[in-house]
Design a protein around this ligand. Structure first.
Ligand code: C2E
Ligand code: CA
Ligand code: CA
Ligand code: CA
Length: 279
């Protein structure tokens, strides 16, 4: 009816207005977040599937704003990309996470590989290779301690450009991983063209192991192709023993997920390493 339509329209436009307001508050706050020191890096352990030994950690950004509270990266990373802040923020993460890794190394803690997320917008920056090189030199870590997690978005640039960017990173000895694989538009057959070292099974697949036969099949296919291409395979989002067992039995090399550990603030991660680095 007429009334329903106009009511619907009214609520609809109010929602959009509200959304735009929140969005612009978020943008304004984000512009000052770096200088106001509102970011913090959390670290989630990555473990060997067979031993439970912690051999890596993923740096995950957290933002705490006095007005907005704690904002999820799912929410603010796209905004940072949109307003052109992802490069300075991304460099801040890389720099501070590498510094933290060096501190762990200097303390004599068990060796760890550090994974840092790289947005497709950082990835096409022709200066990325140099920026990473500078950070490695400045912090004093080794290139092979560092892994960059790129997403399928970074494979969508023309193939030659993408491969060139990857080689600039790989030539330094840095490890390259494909994150969230299977959630975007790139295809399994495309994968073979790229010089990738590692493949990360997205948590949307991991979490449906055993409950959705489609996802279980996709997980198996991703594992098989990863192995065939000589890549090491890690699964994220592991929450149950059943998921872990299935993945281990099918050759998955490494695990990451709440079942082992949530992402931790640096001091908690330090404690875990001091306690022997096994889960
Ligand atoms: P991602 O790179 O796929 O990171 C994995 C996400 O899954 C993290 O969410 C992590 O906390 C969550 N997770 C890990 N294990 C489990 C589990 O067992 N169950 C469930 N349900 N979730 C699990 P988080 O930290 O909220 O980050 C969300 C996304 O934000 C990341 O997804 C990544 O795309 C982006 N992000 C975070 N930090 C950065 C950063 O420094 N740079 C860039 N470019 N993106 C970032
Ligand atoms: Ca990631
Ligand atoms: Ca992921
Ligand atoms: Ca994701």
């Amino acid at each position: 009816s007429r009334i329903d339509d106009s009511e619907h329209l009214c609520i609809y436009s109010a929602d959009i207005g509200q959304q735009l307001k929140i969005r612009s508050q978020l943008e304004q706050a984000l512009i000052h977040a770096l200088e106001r020191d509102e970011f913090e890096i959390y670290y989630q352990p990555q473990i060997l599937a067979n031993s439970g030994q912690i051999i890596g950690t993923e740096a995950l950004l957290r933002w705490n704003n006095p007005q907005l509270g704690s904002v999820s990266p799912e929410e603010f990373i796209p905004v940072a990309e949109h307003v052109g802040l992802i490069r300075p923020i991304g460099e801040w993460v890389m720099n501070n996470a590498c510094k933290q890794l060096k501190a762990w190394q200097d303390e004599g803690l068990p060796p760890l590989r550090l994974a840092v997320n790289v947005s497709p917008l950082q990835f096409i920056d022709p200066d990325l290779g140099n920026a990473v090189k500078r950070i490695i030199q400045k912090t004093g870590i080794k290139p092979e301690d560092l892994e960059l997690e790129i997403t399928e978005g970074s494979l969508m640039w023309d193939m030659e450009t993408a491969i060139k960017m990857m080689n600039q990173i790989k030539q330094q000895g840095i490890i390259l991983a494909i994150d969230d694989f299977g959630t975007g538009y790139s295809s399994l057959s495309n994968l073979r063209h790229f010089p990738l070292d590692r493949l990360k099974i997205d948590k949307s697949f991991t979490q449906e192991i055993g409950t959705s036969s489609g996802s279980t099949e996709i997980t198996l296919t991703i594992l098989t192709i990863g192995k065939r291409l000589g890549m090491s395979v890690i699964a994220e989002g592991i929450e149950t023993q059943e998921q872990a067992t299935f993945l281990r039995n099918n050759g998955c090399d490494e695990f990451q997920g709440f079942m082992y550990s949530h992402p931790l603030p640096a001091d908690k991660m330090t404690q875990l390493l001091r306690d022997g680095a096994t889960i």
